[in-house]
Design a binder for this molecule. Sequence first.
Ligand SMILES: Nc1ncnc2c1ncn2[C@@H]1O[C@H](COP(=O)(O)OP(=O)(O)O)[C@@H](O)[C@H]1O
Ligand SMILES: [Mg+2]
Length: 259
Amino acid sequence: MSALRLAGVSHVVGRPLLEGIDLELRAGRMTALSGPSGSGKTTLLSIAGGLLEPTTGTATYAGGPMWLGTGDPRPEVAFVLQVYGLVPILSARENVSVALRARGVEPTEADERAEAALARFSIADLGDRQVEELSGGQMQRVALARGLCVGAEVLLADEPTSELDEGNRGLVLVELRREAERGAVVVVATHDPAVVEACDDHVALDEGRLARVDLGDPRRPEQPAEQTAAQPAEEPAAPRTADVDHALFRRPDDPTGPA
Ligand SMILES: Nc1ncnc2c1ncn2[C@@H]1O[C@H](COP(=O)(O)OP(=O)(O)O)[C@@H](O)[C@H]1O
Ligand SMILES: [Mg+2]
């Protein structure tokens, strides 16, 4: 199992959207990427997944760069996009099946696996419906089915529960956990403290900078201590900026958070 590493990453479009990002996103774990709207979460996921070339620095996985020069992600990567990225005139099943066919799965098998993926998110009954007829929350679950059905080694989900009620959010967290448990790097950008709580690691952004990096999970005492020590020496455990609302993201059992 390999980690996805960002080293010295910045992204400048007129002004810096990301600056000084050194980060290890570990396999087999769920990492929450939190931060206010506009703090750079989508930009960071885009660089991490190879959609976007960083202005400086590198994103690497399994010894190779994520950026391939075209904006196409490596085959190991799957996204659940914030804007879903679904084809409106295709059915829910077709939208999922297309992702499998694009990876060489034969059409009949792709349709069957798409059906099963929709069932993981309790929307098997919507398979024949055109996506443009679906609600936001239903579309979000189709996008999740599509992202999770391919068994990617790196799964990057951008606010995947923003349109969901508590029950469906719980379902999504179970499915993301399943992906981490089979060894994937799972990164979830989120505003939701309950999603942060369900993750193992927590990275917070503020105005394009790392405001917090919490690696290691106090709820998993069997995790070896050196995993925490594996982060780059220059990466501070303490926040760099003073004005982040840490209480919003603090786990109740987190001794580093404010009282
Ligand atoms: N291509 C771009 N050109 C200029 N500004 C951009 C571009 N993409 C994103 N931004 C800006 O960068 C900041 C971070 O955006 P984003 O990564 O989408 O944040 P988040 O996902 O945390 O809401 C925002 O202020 C956004 O308006
Ligand atoms: Mg975003």
